[in-house]
Design a protein around this ligand. Structure first.
Ligand SMILES: Cc1cc2nc3c(=O)[nH]c(=O)nc-3n(C[C@H](O)[C@H](O)[C@H](O)COP(=O)(O)O)c2cc1C
Length: 376
C-alpha cells in the first residue's frame, strides 16, 4: 500500500514524499528575471519538506504577452538566476520543475501587438479576440517550448511541466469552443492534441528521452454550455499523451469563464478526485491530483486507496510554506488556508492574511472584482 511520506518515483523523478507544490504564479520576477524575493520564496519552500516544487508558469515565447513580473525562459540570461534556485532546492533534497506556458488571450489587459491563439474566438474574460497562429508559427512555437525546456535543464531543473490547463493557450487548443482550425492542428481530438504531442517530442529530442516532461490538464473546463474540454476529451487527450511518453499528468480543471475556476472556495475538497482516479486506472503515466487538498487524513486516504501517485497543493503552501514539514512532524491539523483567493495579488502572490490593513483594503477591491467576473 502506498503511503504519503515515503520515497517514491513519480513521473520519472525520485522524490522524498508524495506531496508536490503545484505551479503557483509568483508575480515577483523583474523583467522576466529572478529577483531576490523570488529566490527567498523558493528558499522558504525548499526548507518545508516538500517532495517536489513546480514553479509558477514561465513564458516561453516571443509571440506571447506575459508581463514583466512573470518568469521568462525566453532567453539564456535567465539561466544563472534559476541555477541558484535549483541548487537551493537540491541542497534540501527537494526536486524542482519549471512550468512552461503561453498565455494567449488569457490576459488581464489588452497589450500592444497581436495576441495569438488557436482561432479567432474571443475570450469572454479579457475580451481579446486572438489572431490564429499560422501553421508555420505553430512550428516556431513548438521550438520555443523546446528551447525553454533546454534552458530549464541547463539551470538544473529536474524536469518541466507543460501548462495545458486553466484556459491558457494549450488548454484552449484542446477546446472545441476555441479551436476551429482546419489544418492538422484542429478538427478532431487527435488533431487538437497534436501541438502538445509535438511539443513533448521536441522537448524529449532536445533534452534527451529520459528528461521528465509532465503536463497539467483540465479534467473539464466546466464550460456553461459544455462546449469546452469535457471529461471525455480529457481522457482521450491524456491517453494520447501517455502513448507518446508523457511522464506524469497533473489533473486540474476549470477556467476563469467556466462554472468553476481552478482554485475553488473552501466548501470544495479534492474536487478532481474522480477524474484523476479514472485516468490513473487507464494510463501508465503517473497521475497527480490537485485542487482543494487541505486535510492530511484525506491526502493519506487517497494515496492509500487509489492509483493516484501524488497530491499537489497550491494555496495551502502560500499560507503555510512549512505545512508539509508540520504534517511530517506530527501536527495533523488541516492546512490553515481558508481558500479565500485573496492570494491573487497584482503586486505578487501573497497570502491575504500576511497583508497590512491598507493592503488588505486594496486587495478586497480586487477580490470583489474577481468575484464579479465569476458571477457575470
Ligand atoms: C495565486 C495563484 C497562482 C496560481 N498560479 C498558477 C500557475 O502559475 N500555474 C498553474 O498551473 N496553476 C496556477 N494556479 C492554480 C493552482 O496551481 C491550483 O491548480 C489551484 O489553486 C487549486 O489548488 P489548491 O486548492 O491547492 O489551491 C494558481 C493558483 C493561485 C491561487
Amino acid at each position: 500500500m502506498k503511503t504519503l511520506f515515503e520515497t517514491c518515483t513519480v513521473g520519472a523523478i525520485d522524490i522524498k514524499n508524495r506531496i508536490i507544490r503545484s505551479a503557483t504564479h509568483e508575480g515577483t520576477a523583474i523583467d522576466g528575471m529572478v529577483s531576490d524575493t523570488f529566490v527567498e520564496l523558493y528558499e522558504e519552500l525548499s526548507k518545508g519538506n516538500i517532495g517536489l516544487i513546480i514553479t509558477g508558469y514561465a513564458a516561453v515565447s516571443e509571440m506571447d504577452h506575459a508581463g514583466p513580473a512573470t518568469l521568462a525562459l525566453t532567453d539564456d540570461s535567465v539561466i544563472e538566476g534559476l541555477t541558484h534556485i535549483t541548487k537551493i532546492a537540491h541542497e534540501q533534497g527537494t526536486k524542482i520543475m519549471a512550468q512552461l506556458n503561453h498565455q494567449s488571450s488569457s490576459l488581464w489587459s489588452a497589450p500592444e501587438g497581436p495576441v495569438f491563439g488557436p482561432s479567432a474566438v474571443t475570450d469572454p474574460v479579457s475580451g481579446i479576440t486572438p489572431e490564429p497562429f499560422t501553421t508555420e508559427q505553430v512550428r516556431m512555437l513548438i521550438n520555443e517550448f523546446a528551447d525553454a525546456a533546454v534552458r530549464a535543464q541547463k539551470a538544473g531543473f529536474d524536469g518541466v511541466q507543460i501548462h495545458g490547463a486553466h484556459g491558457y493557450l494549450f488548454s484552449k487548443w484542446l477546446s472545441p469552443r476555441y479551436n476551429k482550425r482546419t489544418d492538422e492542428y484542429g478538427g478532431s481530438e487527435a488533431n487538437n492534441a497534436r501541438i502538445i504531442v509535438e511539443t513533448l517530442e521536441a522537448i524529449k529530442d532536445k533534452c534527451g528521452k529520459a528528461y521528465p516532461v509532465w503536463i497539467k490538464l483540465n479534467c473539464s473546463d466546466f464550460d456553461p454550455e459544455d462546449d469546452g474540454v469535457t471529461e471525455e476529451i480529457f481522457l482521450t487527450t491524456a491517453n494520447i499523451l501517455a502513448e507518446h511518453g508523457i511522464d506524469a499528468i497533473e489533473v486540474s480543471g476549470g477556467t476563469q469563464d467556466g462554472k468553476y475556476a481552478s482554485a475553488r472556495p473552501r466548501k470544495f475538497s479534492a474536487y478532481h478526485r474522480e477524474s484523476a482516479e479514472k485516468l490513473a486506472r487507464m494510463v501508465d503515466a503517473s497521475v497527480v491530483l490537485v485542487g482543494g487538498m487541505r486535510s492530511l487524513d484525506l491526502a493519506e486516504e487517497i494515496i492509500a486507496n487509489t492509483e493516484i501517485e501524488a497530491i499537489s497543493l497550491c494555496r495551502p503552501l502560500i499560507r503555510e510554506p512549512q505545512l508539509v514539514k508540520r504534517w511530517a512532524e506530527g501536527d495533523r491539523n488541516d492546512a490553515a488556508c481558508v481558500a479565500c483567493n485573496g492570494c491573487f495579488n497584482p503586486n505578487g502572490t501573497k497570502c491575504f492574511f500576511t497583508l497590512n490593513d491598507a493592503e488588505k483594503e486594496a486587495q478586497k477591491n480586487i477580490m470583489r472584482m474577481l468575484a464579479k467576473i465569476k458571477s457575470a
